[in-house]
Design a binder for this molecule. Structure first.
Ligand code: ZN
Length: 169
């Protein structure tokens, strides 16, 4: 008789699962994700001495420690640019309405231009393309065209939304 209960259990789960997801999405105001499975900042936002040129420089994003890691879209959005430049290397820009996120120095890109992506969706694999001393993810956020500190942005998401925890190392 046990297997019958299991079959019924599975059926109930299969029927319930999509509904549970819908109600979960209704109650969570904002779906978001960290840009990497765990965060370790190796170079912060703002004025700094550039690690390659040794010149004064304004760092428009943060550098995050990475090693062949999946890069995750921080919010739902649309891929608006996939390109290469000598500084950022291979990069992806995603539009989220008022915000845009950029992920640089990538090795592989897993999405296409104009593709819709979800928060937490893997969009690329980290790498060391462009002007770098070693592998890392350059992550930046623009709010209505102006670069803002991506760490404050993530903290803001964390206090507004739920789930992902910033892994402070
Ligand atoms: Zn950087």
């Amino acid at each position: 008789m046990k297997w019958r209960l299991m079959v019924w259990g599975m059926l109930v789960l299969l029927i319930m699962l999509p509904r549970v997801r819908v109600t979960a999405q209704d109650t969570i105001s904002l779906q978001w994700s960290l840009p990497l499975p765990s965060l370790k900042v190796t170079s912060g936002f703002g004025h700094r001495i550039h690690p390659v040129t040794h010149a004064r420089d304004f760092h428009k994003g943060v550098d995050l420690s990475a090693r062949c890691d999946p890069v995750l879209s921080v919010l739902d959005g649309t891929v608006v640019e996939i390109a290469f430049n000598p500084i950022l290397g291979r990069y992806v820009r995603i539009d989220h309405g008022d915000f845009q996120s950029v992920y640089g120095h990538l090795s592989f890109i897993l999405v296409g231009n104009n593709e819709s992506v979800r928060a937490g969706q893997p969009i690329a694999i980290t790498g060391a393309t462009g002007r770098v001393t070693g592998e890392h993810l350059h992550f930046s956020i623009r709010f209505r065209g102006r670069h803002i500190n991506p760490i404050y942005f993530l903290w803001q998401l964390q206090s507004n939304g739920q789930s992902p925890q910033i892994n402070k190392q």
